[in-house]
Design a protein around this ligand. Structure first.
Ligand SMILES: N[C@@H](CCC(=O)N[C@@H](CS)C(=O)NCC(=O)O)C(=O)O
Length: 321
């Protein structure tokens, strides 16, 4: 666990002392865009871009789901890091489900960052979108990568599927902001808090938000209305980790996902969409969280349960894509 400072790797965790025990997520640094017309300098082309992901990571998981649903598996290839993030940070290995770095042959993800920017200062995170032609990271912000996958590669993928439709953008942006702050990042704010009041603030906001969405999903099928959008996939990757990891490891235990009838059925509904289940690797998910945060789980023991069956039928109907 650590970060790069002026191109040098340092073992260091987030300094929550500075922020009253609160976890504050730093801004991501690589923010260029792949576009269909290439005016950004990064034209969409099959085989040119590569994703470095962790199957454990909810942010990277969003990009894998969009890549799959947009039919881009043969257009954008992927390298998968080992679930254990220890000294040196994320690394590539032959652990089942992980891979080598298929583009640069690096052992550590931080070496990929250094190839892009030799004097880089900042965290070394997944996902990253790598450009093989320019030899650099285009973007390492999942929310933006998801948007690129949704439209920039339409000449090569499922242009008929749109998860950010113009008519719903305002609703999507609004619900994304709420879900990001209170739920996606909310579980991290609870889990990485180092003071009681910071934890209580985060966990209270998290469960108030889940209660609100539980009620919303009793009235409408998806977060932005009648059709599934990126907002749903962004929430899904946190919900699918909730009972196996966040309830215990991040102390988000006021209620479990399975205690929310609508959210639980909705999670199963999204899980059961064509081959989305293949993007969910519970071994990587549990192994990563329980072994990589020794300040939370110093024994690194991975709990045996809970048994959560996402394939149980639900009554919310098939998802129109
Ligand atoms: N804002 C980024 C966050 C990505 C992120 O924090 N990924 C985590 C894994 S779940 C990571 O790589 N953490 C390593 C670190 O913070 O050192 C995004 O959405 O892409």
């Amino acid at each position: 666990m650590g970060l790069l400072v002026d191109g040098v790797w340092q073992e260091d965790w987030y300094d929550t002392e500075r922020t009253g025990g609160r976890f504050e997520r730093p801004e991501t640094r690589f923010r260029d865009w792949v576009t269909a017309d290439g005016r950004s300098g990064f034209p969409a082309e099959p085989g040119r871009y590569h994703l470095h992901v962790s199957l454990a990571c909810p942010w990277a998981h969003r990009t894998l789901i969009l890549r799959h649903l947009k039919g881009l598996e043969d257009v954008i290839d992927v390298s998968v890091v080992d679930p254990y993030m220890g000294e040196g940070g994320w690394h590539f290995s032959n652990y089942p489900g992980a891979s080598e770095d298929r583009v640069n042959g690096c052992r550590y993800l931080h070496q990929v960052y250094l190839k892009a920017r030799p004097d880089y200062t900042g965290r070394v995170t997944v996902p990253t979108l790598w450009d093989k032609v320019a030899g650099t990271i285009v973007n390492n912000e999942s929310a933006e990568i998801v948007r690129m996958l949704n439209s920039a590669f339409d000449a090569f993928g499922r242009a008929d599927r749109d998860f950010y439709p113009a008519a719903l953008r305002e609703q999507i942006d609004r619900v994304n902001a709420f879900v990001y702050d209170r739920i996606n990042n909310g579980v991290y704010k609870a889990g990485f808090a180092t003071r009681q009041d910071a934890y209580e603030e985060a966990v209270g906001a998290l469960f108030a938000a889940l209660d609100e969405l539980e009620e919303r999903l009793s009235r409408q099928p998806y977060l932005a209305g009648d059709r599934v959008t990126e907002a749903d996939w962004r929430l899904f990757t946190t919900l699918v980790r909730f009972d196996p990891v966040y309830v215990g490891h991040f102390k988000c235990n006021v209620r479990r996902l399975v205690d929310y009838p609508n959210l639980w059925a909705y999670t199963r509904q999204l899980y059961q969409v064509e081959r989305v289940a293949e993007t969910v690797n519970l071994d990587h998910i549990k192994r990563h969280y329980f072994t990589s945060h020794p300040m939370i789980n110093p024994t690194r023991i991975i709990p045996a349960g809970p048994a959560v069956d996402y394939s149980i039928p639900h009554d919310r109907g098939p998802v129109p894509l």
